[in-house]
Ligand binder design. Sequence first.
Ligand code: ATP
Ligand code: MG
Length: 756
Amino acid sequence: MQNLLHNLNPEQLAAVTLPAQHALILAGAGSGKTRVLTTRIAWLIQTGQVAPNGILAVTFTNKAAKEMTLRLSSMMPTSTRGMWIGTFHGLCNRLLRAHHRDAGLPQTFQILDSSDQLSMIKRMLKALNVDDEKFPPRNLMYFINGAKDQGLRASDVDASDDYNRRMVELYDYYDNQCQREGVVDFAELLLRTYELMSRNQPLREHYQARFKHILVDEFQDTNNLQYNWLKLMAGNRGAVFAVGDDDQSIYAFRGANVGNMSAFEHEFNVQNLIKLEQNYRSHGHILDTANVLIANNTKRLGKNLRTDAGHGEPVRIHESTSDLLEAQWIIDEAKNLIADGALRSEIAVLYRSNAQSRVIEHALFSAGIPYKVYGGQRYFERAEVKSAIAYLQLMDNLHNDSAFLRVVNFPTRGIGARSLEQLQDAARAHNLSLYAAVPHVAGKAGTSLGAFVNLIESTRFETAQLALPEMVIVVLAASGLITHYQHEKEGADRVENLEQLVNAATVFVNEEGFGHDAPAFLGPQSAPMSGAGIVLDDGSEILDADAPLPAVMSPLSAFLSHASLEAGDNQATAGQDAMQLMTVHSAKGLEFDTVFITGLEEGLFPHENAQKEEAGVEEERRLMYVAITRARQRLYMSFSQTRMLHGQTRYNLKSRFFAELPEESLKWLSPQVQPFYRYDSPKAAWVDAPAVPSAALGMRVKDNGWRIGESVVHAKFGEGVIVNIEGGGMNARAHINFGRHGMKLLDLSIAKLEKV
Ligand code: ATP
Ligand code: MG
């Protein structure tokens, strides 16, 4: 026990050992919030205040949940089984499986990820003949998810005009369609659980009595529904221990409400508010940089952070002329670090948007440096893997129309658009799923659709007694997917990806404690729950407090949920010492010895979509704060004058955030560009700054023939005026004001300029 506590500072110790009451730990990055939360769980159990099954801990990602479980196993002799540690989505999935009947769902309900959800909406709009220019599918999706995140069903939404009334109708239609297919989207997982718990008193009371301690990490990023869910789970018995940092609230665009922190303080009458001010992660220059930057935000709860670690190395800033050179520079630096003994897995490259990773990946690949990308295209989202998953989904739930449509004619079996139209009409007319509607289709279409149904039926029959990995093998072969890709040019990678699904299933079955020969699914006749539950007066079943996963889900259902909910790291690189590539959003909560923050350019970081409103820029600044505070010892920031993004070359100015950093903590690696234009205030636009000595104005720059003040024409930007020239010869660059297109920094030896 002493061991558990002896490394904590006095504030941390106070937080870990608080009595069983609500508490809020408000503290900056790297101050040990997650560590305190984990240690508190161990302490509560070690001191006998609660049994493992009285713990409910909510983390932000599955990865964080896994890490927390691992930490706990190493901290205490007691088994961590019985504790519920997971994300909101993961925990709700589990609750809904156990109580699927009360929740009105098939036990084998399937989870739609965002891309499934979007394609389902598109399909629905088409079937309803809705003009998708007037009602863009993506907007409808945001509308639906936004409403659900607020806890609102279609009938609860106040529609102010015709347009919104139509959106509400479509929302309602969408929900019915999901229900018919037995599928739920991410937001629905939460809303359904919330409704189940509010409606079902015995169930609610059971869980309220069970979870004596509810602990929430990254509390600043909870949305309203999650907050209310926590309230419901706590009731007036559970003690909620929330840790968070308002400066790291970066999910407002998804409905996160940082106001939940003060709401929590008041509504739960929190008596224990603890601030942690010592940072244990970063060296001084890094921490100063973060502190000075975030001080520019106006809406803050106010905290301080200090470190004893000493200044350490300065924050290095690098400018390059193109994104390719930026990537090359990262690789050169990383190689030096690795040669000096750095672990590759302790080097992270962060970027604002996923599209930036391609160039860096390419450079790493060419240099032969192993790397791992998080949050990019996930393994389970690859086309071939999705198709295999769709077959597996049909094995488990014949009425999943999305899965049906994905593979009914893939690989091709002569089922054309006309046949599918007939089928869809029949399904609508009889209010059936596509699968169930097949017998209602006559003629040639009926025959070929019937053959597909036979294929699914016979595969289900053949696999009914098989364990999950064996089942996957059979499905891959029977579906014809393997043969299809074997015959495709350059299909080898895809075959390999498909084969990896067998490995993924094997690892999954082992990790989740399913028996090796446990049948993968409940077979053609859906069996009742495995009986580990307690039956209540009203006939509803409550799972036994320690019911392991197999009691509430078949291996197949669990695996399919995992495919939808997990980050789906590429198995190929798992376990290898690899450099870490990810967006700033997915770096939340993590730490690395060395961090590169790349693409620090206006329009990219801060992102152009966020620049219109001050609140948007403040969120970008918090994102930048998160990025900086991931670094322990070494931090690099870089920007590039030109960048290819989405097929276009962009000429960018460096990020306004550079002007907000403490000069004494920085080291500019490349000559700093004279800030001819400075960003004056968040509200004003770029304004002229008289930074160029007047003698320079009108002075002819000998070897490139261009003059400041001269008018020029550019093929893309049209007419502009040269306002500054730097460098000479091959390195000469000019700031040119292109009026409507704004200020560009162009390489004079590359840009094709003409004199007016
Ligand atoms: P973030 O806001 O980024 O999520 P956090 O507040 O959760 O950060 P942790 O990740 O818990 O911070 O801790 C940051 C680092 O500091 C970890 O490596 C942790 O082990 C270490 N640390 C925390 N407290 C102490 C302590 N008292 N002594 C030594 N190291 C500590
Ligand atoms: Mg943390």
